[in-house]
Design a protein around this ligand. Sequence first.
Ligand code: ZN
Length: 536
Amino acid sequence: MDTIFFNGCIRTLDNSEKVAEAVGIENGRIVFVGTDKEAEAFSCKKRIDLKGRLMLPGFVDTHMHMLHYAFVERSVKLFDCTSVEEMLAAAKKRLEESKGQKLTWLYCRGWNEEHFDKPRYPHKDELDALSTEIPIIMVRVCGHVAVCNSCGLELLKKIPEFPEIEKEVDLDTGLLKENAVQFYSSVLEAPSQEEVEGYIRYSAKKLNECGFTGVQSDDLASLPGKNWRRIMASYKALDARGELSIRHYEQCLFERAEDAKAFIEEGYRTGQRGDHFTVGPMKLIQDGSLGARTAAMNEPYEDSPENTGIITFSQDELDDLFAFFDRHQMQAAVHCIGDRAMDMVIEAAAKSPYRKDNKKGRHGIVHCQITNPRILQGMKDQDLLAYIQPVFIDLDMNTVEPAIGAQRMDKVYAWKSMLDMGIHTSGGSDAPVVSFDAMENIYFAVTRKNISGQPQEGWIPSEKISVDEAVKLFTKNAAYASYTEDENGTIEVGKNADFVVLEKNIYEIDPDEIKATKVDMTVLGGEIVYEREVEE
Ligand SMILES: [Zn+2]
């Protein structure tokens, strides 16, 4: 054997729920799981003492945007701003720092007027005061609303889709919504392949530091220029050189139907793979966000009585897309937050005549927030996966009821119900909207408290899940969502040697302490890709 980890509390998550003490690795795979005594009998090159710590299968985030995360890290971050003035000052500072460099655009991300003393959106004129030559955009935390300056608007007006998105652009205030936000970055200059590879490496390293050995990431439309071919080429090049430190399952999002078609016509199919990079599902966005009141609802919003949100695809279009994906052996994952959006996806999945012949037919709904008993049953009946983000508890707990009213609160963010019904439910973060820290995500799912520990009993406490259920969202269930349940997700002989070692045993400590628990080590294919420096 190459390596034996011993003296651990190794939760295998296999069907017998076995807890082992030692695990042996050869050529990147698990060849032994058992007791310390049994492990002594083997010869091996290296023995690593776990010192009694908890070892789990490596974590997988099943919905995030890792390229966009790296991009946002390098952009002007507005997440902590408490006023429009602060936002403008941050942008101005970056413009001044960048003087003399070639700056083709300025991208600012993360403002949330709900955190302002005087809640309001920024205005185009305020951005024009910063620059009339460099396109500037300030994207809200949700990613579905933004404000840009005049020269940014001029660029947007030139794209062929402008007539379709015109209603989502306010030329007076510079406010962009939904598709207009998405299309905006397609008018900006795309980063080079070298830069894209740099973004990927940066995010993969950060994910390793948080215990992740896998990620299901939505990237193809997430950088300026929207050059999906360059992004695919970057992932493949890194993978071919053995430089991808995370198993990556790409959720392939296209904003233009012709790009989605071109992708499939060029021969891409769910499941095609290199060592660590795999083509995942086609990703669609069917509605907006709750914060912007653009999530598609069957009945109007409580605080916006004329408004039922927006949809991207009509029922006919969605039916056609599902049939098209099924015919081409593609998995599909659809962003839906409102009940109307989910009803439409359930209907499209039910109607597709080719689903039964699709070997990659594990379609799913990403977010599934405003669910109800009928929708949960529909997801179960159509065998749709649920991709949930426990961290949204922290973001949304105080804003859901004012938005949709008390009568629609039955079975929203209903993760315990989903698991109890046998819906295949996996966990993600949707970073960079929020942080991808797995310990925080598990804490939110288990306690249903916000990051400050409120409310004491948790938000909708009947939907709390156990630590074990929460861990499985990010391991075993995540593997199912990417068709890798025979390779990843549990610690069993024959599977990849992907592990995370934690500072504390989160199965035994006070759940409130989970969020601050540190990742001590991350192992990918038997190689240590992250190790925390511990002072002895
Ligand atoms: Zn997302």
